[in-house]
Design a protein around this ligand. Structure first.
Ligand SMILES: NC(=O)c1ccc[n+]([C@@H]2O[C@H](COP(=O)([O-])OP(=O)(O)OC[C@H]3O[C@@H](n4cnc5c(N)ncnc54)[C@H](O)[C@@H]3O)[C@@H](O)[C@H]2O)c1
Ligand SMILES: [Zn+2]
Length: 666
């Protein structure tokens, strides 16, 4: 192919991946494959400088600013890093440094390369005044209220160590534990899980509602200090000074006297890094002396005094043998690829999730395709790409089924939803089994000794039809079934009996109303106490409960409209399962807010949102979620939604600052 055309194609391809990665928080290919494309373009541009396009992605940081936030100009550009994947490229880097610095001695600081999003924190007179994304490197999004939810980033600094204005940079990330928790919730609510912690972090920091950001427990490690006055001589001193002043500096960095020590550091962390609470994708090597850094300078896109080394990513390729379609307890149909077994990062992989029909379409999967699979922060490995060049000429494309693979009901897909559903919930076997499995899990009714196989058997033999039927089981129910010892039968029955003591909040989760995960069930029980009250609650009463939105409220209403569900609840009730919870006596701190209702919005200096809610309740007030003319007060924190503010102003609702609120209490 003609070189110029090839280069233009690479530019287009890279721009396409950049757009998906930075704007949509999606990786369409692996980082390694992406970096290869970029390196190829770089090489071609070097060899054919006349063909290089002026806005080539080799010359600019890949991100952009968004329309959703105010954009601000960086005082110092936020650049990218050159990267290497092997020791020999790293030694080349060291040689370039040596050459540029002549006879001078130099040292490196090695740090882990944290896999999240770059953030910049601006301080003025000891106060955090802004938090900004990298954006296009020159301008970033002002996401101050979102970064303020990171607990470890100080909002004020009382120290003479720093000048009046300075900037700290770091990597904001979603801890793996938060990522897994969010995904467990999503899965238990029948929703598609997030792809990986990096993309989840990037999406989270760009949310409009900082109260949701706050719930996600975002964290950060800082790795750079910038300003017009720099109160130290080396990068290491900078890290120590930041740490001394309460900034979150990871203690994983190491000073290295030469490139061999750097390579040792890389080896030392190759395995150990997996024990950290966040993902890391490599290490960053930086010249320690700031004077030397200055002399080495920058290219348009990255510093010459630093480089990233990336660990080979945990990818494998294998052949796809078939696709099965699993029906979940809510009727959602998920495609799963059955693979020719392949070894990847310590385990043998035979299956990979494909998530939904969109993802299947994107991958354009054909029979016998060779696919790339990758293990990210997620539990189940996933297919990240297909090697279409290895496709057999007559291979048929995998088509998403139109009918339920288990019961043949026509599948439906609601507008705006990625998932297909089988709506035959009362007769579709995997849904029945799935609901029972959901019911007995530890977080729900915690019925031990009852495995998936036993449930399958009991359902298939027609002994039970739903979870409430478990309470009819007795020794005779197991007569004639193979493989049940007296002892195991009595263990099962004891566990079922014990589940009658499980508190209502867990039972409500176990009942398995769509979109009602464990946390939501807890909120509902705190608001309604008895299943009858929940059943009788109107849509308006439901959405008045904190965190209950339109979707959940409608789903609860729909659940109680179905006669079979009412019978199911009745049966649980007559079996003695807990369907109410004692109202906890709230000991009031004071009476100042009795009879008053509050909406709270935004982020607060002195309170976490939940603490603020608790404070209102403890003083006799009520917290509601939406603004109506009946509302008494709107407590406004930073970054509250403009729509809320407008509505409150229109309705003449009294708006309280945090200080006003505290004054009300006293
Ligand atoms: N898969 C895809 O489709 C796709 C698309 C675009 C970009 N990418 C990936 O994104 C990366 C390129 O983007 P980039 O410009 O963000 O560069 P980069 O991620 O390779 O390096 C720069 C970034 O590293 C981060 N970093 C983490 N720890 C650090 C530390 N200790 N010191 C300094 N910086 C640290 C900073 O956020 C900094 O902005 C590559 O890894 C590329 O593969 C992937
Ligand atoms: Zn079905």
């Amino acid at each position: 192919m003609d070189i110029q055309k090839k280069m233009q194609e690479l530019v287009d391809q890279i721009n396409h991946y950049n757009h998906a990665y930075y704007q949509l928080n999606e990786s369409l290919i692996t980082d390694e494959a992406f970096d290869k494309l970029l390196a190829e373009l770089q090489k071609l541009e070097f060899e054919n400088p006349l063909f290089a396009v002026p806005n080539s992605p080799t010359q600019f940081v890949g991100g952009t600013i968004t329309k959703n936030f105010k954009s601000v100009t960086h005082q110092f550009p936020m650049l990218s890093l050159g990267n290497t994947y092997n020791e020999s490229d790293l030694r080349d880097f060291d040689e370039r440094i040596q050459k540029a610095l002549g006879e001078e001695k130099y040292e490196y600081i090695c740090e882990l390369k944290f896999d999240g999003v770059a953030l910049s924190f601006w301080y003025e007179n000891g106060k955090l005044i802004k938090g900004v994304t990298r954006g296009d490197g020159t301008r970033g999004d002002d996401i101050t209220n979102n970064v303020k939810t990171i607990k470890s980033i100080p909002h004020t600094i009382q120290s003479q160590d720093f000048p009046t204005t300075f900037e700290v940079r770091g990597e904001g990330y979603m801890p793996i534990s938060s990522f897994e928790k969010i995904n467990a919730d999503k899965i238990s609510q029948g929703e598609a899980p997030l792809a990986n912690p990096r993309n989840a972090a990037s999406g989270t920091f760009k949310l409009q509602d900082s109260s949701i950001v706050a719930q996600r427990n975002m964290a950060c490690f800082v790795y750079a200090y910038l300003g017009n006055e720099i109160p130290f001589q080396t990068h290491e001193e900078g890290l120590m000074l930041m740490e001394k002043n309460g900034f979150p500096v990871s203690n994983t960095y190491r000073k290295c006297g030469n490139i061999d020590e750097v390579i040792q550091y890389i080896e030392d962390w190759e395995e150990k890094r997996h024990d950290l609470p966040l993902n890391t994708d490599g290490i960053v090597i930086k010249i320690n002396d700031l004077g030397q850094q200055e002399r080495l300078g920058f290219t348009a896109k990255s510093p010459r005094w630093a480089i990233a080394y990336k660990y080979p990513s945990e990818i494998a390729h294998t052949k796809i043998e078939s696709v099965s379609y699993q029906v979940g307890r809510t009727g959602n149909v998920t495609p799963v690829a059955n693979l020719h077994p392949v070894y990847l990062a310590g385990t043998v992989i035979k299956r990979a999730s494909i998530h939904n029909a969109n993802e299947m379409e994107r991958l354009d999967l054909h029979e016998n395709d060779t696919v790339y699979i990758e293990k990210g922060g997620e539990i189940i490995p996933k297919i990240t790409g297909v090697d279409a060049s290895k496709r057999l000429p007559n291979a048929a494309k995998f088509e998403f089924p139109t009918h339920c693979p288990a019961c043949d009901q026509a599948l439906i897909r609601e507008e705006g939803e990625a998932n297909h559903y089988c709506i035959n919930d009362s007769h579709c076997p995997p849904q029945i089994k799935g609901r029972i499995e959901h019911f007995i899990q530890r977080k729900a009714l915690n019925i031990e000794n009852l495995g998936t196989e036993t449930i399958d058997l009991l359902v298939e033999k027609g002994i039970i039809h739903n979870a409430a039927d478990l309470y009819d089981l007795n020794e005779e129910s197991f007569f004639g079934l193979e493989g049940f010892q007296q002892k195991s039968i009595s263990n099962i029955l004891t566990s079922i009996e014990k589940s009658k003591q499980i508190p209502f909040r867990q039972v409500l989760f176990g009942i398995g109303i769509r979109h009602v995960g464990a946390t939501i069930a807890e909120k509902l029980v705190s608001a309604f106490h008895r299943i009858e009250d929940l059943q009788n609650a109107t849509y308006e009463e439901l959405i008045a409960v904190p965190e209950i939105g339109d979707r959940i409220a409608l789903s609860i209403r729909a659940f109680f409209e179905v006669e079979e569900n009412i019978q199911f609840i009745d049966k649980l009730r007559s079996s003695g399962v807990q369907l109410s919870e004692e109202i906890q006596e709230i000991v009031l701190e004071g009476q100042a807010l009795v009879g008053k209702s509050f909406v709270i919005s935004g982020v607060f200096e002195n309170f976490e949102r939940d603490d603020l809610k608790a404070k209102i309740v403890a003083n006799g007030g009520k917290v509601v979620s939406s603004i109506s003319s009946k509302l008494d007060y709107l407590v406004a924190g930073n970054n509250m939604g403009p729509a809320k503010l407008e509505k409150a102003t229109q309705l003449n609702i009294k708006i309280l600052s945090e200080e006003d609120f505290l004054a009300l209490l006293s």
